[in-house]
Write a protein that binds this ligand. Sequence first.
Ligand SMILES: [Fe+2]
Length: 311
Amino acid sequence: MATTSPITIGTRSITSLGHELETDEHSFGWLQDSSAILNNPEALQKQMNKDGYLYIRNFFPREIILDARKALLETLDKKGIFEPDHDLNDGILKEGVSPTLEPDAWKNQPLLNRVVFGPEVKEFYTAFLGGTIRHFDNIWLRTMGLGRGSAPHCDIVYMGRGTHRLYTAWIPYGDVPLEVGGLIVLEKSHLQADRFRRYLETDVDTYCENYPERNAEKNRAGLNYSLGALSTNPRSLRQKFGGRWLTSEFSPGDLLTFRMDTIHASIDNTTQSVRISTDTRYQRSDEPIDERWIGKDPIGHGPKARRGLIC
Ligand SMILES: [Fe+2]
């Protein structure tokens, strides 16, 4: 198994949501590569329970990731957002543009679907979970330009209506050096879940029927996602919980998978290069599934997903 080497940042500053992260060895480090135990489900389970994540370098054949990337860049290119003097494959955005795709753009990307629902992933989670698996049909496709990353959160607050033995796969489509900003995991945060239990019991699509004024924000459609943040300051959050923010300089083919109660966020993209990633979810098929994320047109968050509670 690869060891965690000291992180070398040089003079670069790393920010998340505009907050500069501390990069000393007690505050910041590399994700541990578990590719050496890829074929040992028992060891993978142990590692997941210990660390809250598994990072597997070169998990996918590199070419299937690059093929999916190319197709996505071609889709984005139709919007005229890339610098014409650069190779399209570099994904260099014109100044001031945002590489936004329609929310259901993932449906028209067969090469992307091939990656996230293909045989490699299926075989991996079947062995890891020890039985037949199924996935959420929704694919969270992210295309990020210059700007802020995602706020620290746990995925359970967005998808906890089925089994909690559910795992996220985060997959980068291209090289993601630190300045392009990949995913960061707060080290062993899942082992402190009791400290943020009330947050973990939240469902962003619920509201208090008897206190409508408390939910003024929630009642406005579209705000639900931002309500799932655990904090807006990744730096102070780490100081509160301890541990290090862990990341990698990701390469095409890498897989990062983690638990529903693992705190994660992302680093800001300080370049003009588009960062492309997906997150998808996997569970055992004999366990209940969150109805918001399945079917041809998953209802997702929003009016159809709302559930009233007596608070
Ligand atoms: Fe997430």
